[in-house]
Design a protein around this ligand. Structure first.
Ligand code: PMP
Length: 425
């Protein structure tokens, strides 16, 4: 079966709504490498979009899941509960930022975590409105989509959106949007559109993911926290993409000393198995009545078993520090290319949640075309990269934090060559 005919079958059998960025059909994967059906090997700098932070098939994750497979795979926690679910909640209550009593629920996807955080915030405050940020991404379900601050492709044709969702611009100094302007926009929103006393929550990604890997500053997050406190609004940190050592801390909010009332998690938590969570202040988490939260597969035993192993691996392999050192090496390499590649306008990101942003060298305007050329050159050479950003002109790096040194060095060489070749393409 060739990849081409598989692509044809895919197009014939699957909705085009499920986009794909490569035509590689995975055959097997190990740590930071994927082999396709033709036996070609790729270095994976996408990690299933920030999921396998601990690498593909980390032996400890696989062992934990195998053990669970041999005991039971599904009882539904709402029917016959199991201890490792309780224990994982205890662990998250311990490690999620905030020195107050916490409680947790498990669900299956990031979007579901976001949906539930909003439900919980509404139940706890008795308020309806939710504020999110332009460029933000919170999932493809209805509330996640409404909160997402990007129309194409996420909202086109899917209205009406759930009501009482408002957006303010995310501060990105590089694009002329300062923190002061964003806070000003929030104040204007309170004056013109929604009474702050009706706002249940403000949701923010500490580093915007799909939106372009733009980190929020400590000062901005602190001011947001103050505004929330002033008006009795809950702060939700969407750590679905930033979580689990990616930014050099277990959670990105730890960089800022700002504590959210509710934290959403998914992706890296399960190391490749579907599990997501919401953790927050105990009294807020208890606001919904029994039966108001949950789901058939919520906290599936295999995902729970994987998550325990992921937390162990992050600690035992010191992956937070590993993220910082890998990120520094990557950023240095990109910085050293600036002279040769004037398209590079910014290199950024905490830990190993890094990005490079490109403008056209002549027009100085964001160049999705250049970013895409780099991505395709790299793919040809066996390195899987992802783009992102409202303008599509950013390449984000999401390699497993367990990537071996020699493979990481090889990837940096491919990246450099791809950027330089994209210039002459
Ligand atoms: N929130 C953020 C910050 C995300 O990055 C994503 C996924 N890219 C989601 C929510 C949605 O997660 P999922 O795709 O698992 O529903």
């Amino acid at each position: 079966m060739t990849a081409t005919s598989l692509a044809d079958r895919r197009n014939a059998a699957i909705s085009r709504g499920v986009g794909v960025t490569t035509q590689i059909y995975a055959d097997r994967a190990e740590n930071s490498e994927i082999w396709d059906k033709e036996g070609k090997r790729y270095i994976d700098f996408a990690a299933g979009i920030a999921v396998v932070n601990t690498g593909h098939r980390h032996p400890r994750v696989i062992e934990a899941v195998k053990k669970q497979l041999d005991r039971f795979t599904h009882t539904c926690h709402q029917v016959v509960p199991y201890e490792n679910y309780v224990e994982l909640a205890e662990r998250l209550n311990e490690v999620v930022p905030g020195s107050f009593a916490k409680k947790t629920i498990f669900v299956t996807t990031g979007a579901e975590a976001v949906e539930n955080a909003v439900k919980i915030a509404r139940a706890a405050t008795g308020r309806q409105a939710v504020i999110a940020f332009g460029g933000g991404f919170h999932g493809r379900t209805f509330m996640g989509m409404a909160l997402t601050g990007k129309v194409v492709p996420y909202k086109v044709g899917f209205g009406a959106m759930p009501g009482d969702v408002f957006h303010v611009p995310f501060p990105v100094e590089l694009h002329g949007q300062t923190a002061e302007q964003s806070l000003g926009a929030l104040k204007k929103l309170f004056a013109a559109d929604v009474d702050p006393n009706r706002v249940a929550a403000i949701i923010i990604e500490p580093v915007q993911g799909e939106g372009g890997f733009y980190p929020a500053t400590t000062a901005f997050l602190k001011q947001l926290r103050e505004i929330c406190d002033q008006h009795g609004i809950l702060l939700i940190a969407d750590e679905v993409q930033t979580g689990f050592a990616r930014t050099g801390k277990l959670f990105a909010m730890e960089h800022h000393g700002v504590v959210a009332d509710l934290t959403t998690m998914a992706k890296g938590l399960g190391g490749g198995f579907p599990i997501a969570a919401v953790t927050g202040r105990a009294e807020i988490m208890d606001a919904p009545g029994p039966g108001g939260l949950g789901g058939t597969y919520a906290g599936n035993p295999l995902g729970v078993a994987a998550a325990h192993a992921v937390l162990d691996v992050i600690k035992d392999e010191d992956l937070c520090n590993r993220a910082t050192s890998l990120g520094n090496r990557l950023k240095q390499r990109l910085e050293s290319l600036r002279e040769k590649a004037p398209e590079i306008v910014d290199v950024r990101g905490p830990g190993f949640m890094n990005a490079v942003e490109f403008n056209d060298a002549t027009t100085k305007l964001p160049s999705a075309d250049f970013a895409n050329k780099v991505r395709l050159k790299a793919l040809e050479k066996g390195l899987i990269l992802l783009t992102c950003g409202v303008h599509g002109n950013v390449i984000r790096f999401l390699a497993p934090l367990t990537v071996q040194d020699n493979i990481f060095a090889e990837a940096l060489d491919i990246l450099e060559a791809s950027i330089l070749e994209a210039r002459s393409a």
